[in-house]
Design a protein around this ligand. Structure first.
Ligand code: PHE
Length: 442
């Protein structure tokens, strides 16, 4: 018998766990910082709920309707043609993504270990500390491997006893902790400027690029376009409600991103730092701030703990894509499938982990392995896979099957809403993704 999620809450925390990750804590605040604060949030919200949520539901429908892995799902739903390739694209995207995600996950463990032993850098030495964390080969590799090993351990136990069981504990903890940090941050003297930045939209900073950034972020943050939602969906029972679960996932992901903004921006402003500091905001600027505030040591522990939990619940969902595929396509036992997919990831992660040191001179298309995997997953494979999924659902699977799956075989009301979602999937989504990809790559 195929494993299944036991409860609706279990599905929700697993999906929210996948969505909430480094994207919310690391990417969202700095993108917001460089794209007009609240103005960026407004554009992002529109894109998430009008465009990306229907895409998420499409992935969910393909998985739940077929109840098999990403590649076979398309073949089951449409035996003729080569739609299985869309699933292959999804599996490739998930592998590319996890290769560099584990390295950043490794940094979070590195920082957590230092936070717990109160050996995070003092003010002024954070930059050197971060540079060392990234460019000391043994250190980066060690933490990357630990992160990958922990991810694999959860997966060994399966869907119900592994993913569901652990994410159910981790996700509530995650919310609780980020709320504590947000409260600490907004009560710092001088935090008001940060709050104003978050709530007062500055539309003068909005350009065409803002839309690109917002869409890329929405895709990345909702975990769509790399078969994770499809794979999780294939383990979801027929009586669960797809529209409700997907909407709640998108709402909790967005709520968490805003909480992350509240935790980070007021502190950044209180110390007179520019919000457009960029990707270093998290690993360089924050340790500096923690060093200067009362109870900063404890807040640092909580913060890097949050970062680690957010990252691992996402990497779990990424690795499960290829695990499910191997179990079914190669008739492997779960243990073997986890070992094999982890072994492949181990090799790729090693290349990414060494990008900051011994392999820093090795370039593919002018980029280090780390940047290359980042680029091909987020800018190419994910949007491409997302594009094909909506084309498949909108033009091949068709309205009848889509609405049938969303309405659980006609037992749920709201036919009008389901039809409207279908038309978004069929016409709006492919067009917008195509336009954004073309502009993004030009
Ligand atoms: N959504 C995750 C984040 O925000 C990243 C992710 C993308 C995870 C795709 C799974 C699949 O960090």
């Amino acid at each position: 018998m195929r494993d299944n999620f036991k409860s609706s809450f279990g599905v929700l925390v697993a999906m929210a766990g996948s969505a909430i990750g480094l994207g919310n804590l690391w990417r969202f605040p700095y993108l917001m910082g460089t794209n007009g604060g609240a103005a960026f949030i407004i554009i992002y919200l529109v894109l998430v709920f009008l465009l990306c949520l229907p895409i998420m539901m499409s992935e969910f429908v393909v998985g739940r309707r077929s109840q098999v892995n990403a590649v076979k799902a398309f073949k089951v739903l449409s035996p003729k043609g080569h739609w299985g390739l869309v699933g292959v694209l999804g599996v490739l995207a998930s592998v590319a993504l996890i290769s560099f995600y584990c390295v950043v996950g490794g940094w979070t463990i590195d920082y957590l270990v230092h936070a717990v032993s109160f050996t995070l850098p003092e003010q002024g030495s954070s930059e050197g500390f971060f540079a060392a964390a990234v460019s000391t080969p043994g250190r980066t590799i060690l933490y990357t491997y630990i992160f990958l090993a922990l991810t694999s351990l959860v997966l060994l136990a399966g869907i119900k006893d592994g993913i569901e069981r652990y994410t159910k504990v981790m996700m509530p903890l995650l919310f609780l902790t980020i709320i504590i940090i947000a409260i600490r941050s907004v009560t710092l003297p001088g935090a008001g400027a940060g709050l104003e930045f978050l709530y007062k939209p500055d539309f003068s900073k909005v350009t065409g690029n803002t839309f690109l950034n917002a869409l890329g972020q929405a895709f990345f943050s909702l975990s769509i376009g790399c078969a994770t939602i499809l794979t999780y969906g294939s383990y979801v029972k027929k009586q669960e409600k797809i529209v409700k679960l997907s909407s709640l996932t998108a709402i909790s992901d967005t709520f968490f991103a805003i909480l992350a903004g509240l935790a980070i921006m007021p502190a950044v402003f209180a110390f007179g730092i520019s919000p457009s500091e960029g990707p270093g905001l998290l690993f360089v600027v924050l340790p500096d701030i923690f060093d200067q505030i009362a109870a900063g040591g404890v807040i640092a522990i909580l913060f890097f703990f949050v970062l680690f939990i957010a990252a691992i619940t996402s990497s779990i969902s990424l690795l499960e894509v290829s695990v499910t595929y191997l179990i079914e396509a190669c008739r492997m036992k779960r243990r073997m499938a986890v070992l094999l997919s982890s072994a492949v990831c181990l090799v790729l992660c090693t290349l990414c982990a060494l990008s900051g040191s011994v392999l820093s001179d090795v370039h593919i298309l002018g980029k280090t392995f780390f940047d290359f995997f980042d680029m091909i997953s987020a800018n190419l494979l994910m949007p491409l896979c997302g594009l094909f999924i909506v084309i498949f659902v909108g033009w091949k699977l068709g309205r009848k099957d889509f609405v049938d799956e969303l309405s659980n075989g006609g037992t749920l009301p709201n036919k009008r809403l389901y039809n409207a979602i279908f038309y978004l999937v069929r016409y709006v989504a492919p067009l917008v993704i195509a336009v954004i990809m073309i502009f993004g790559w030009l």
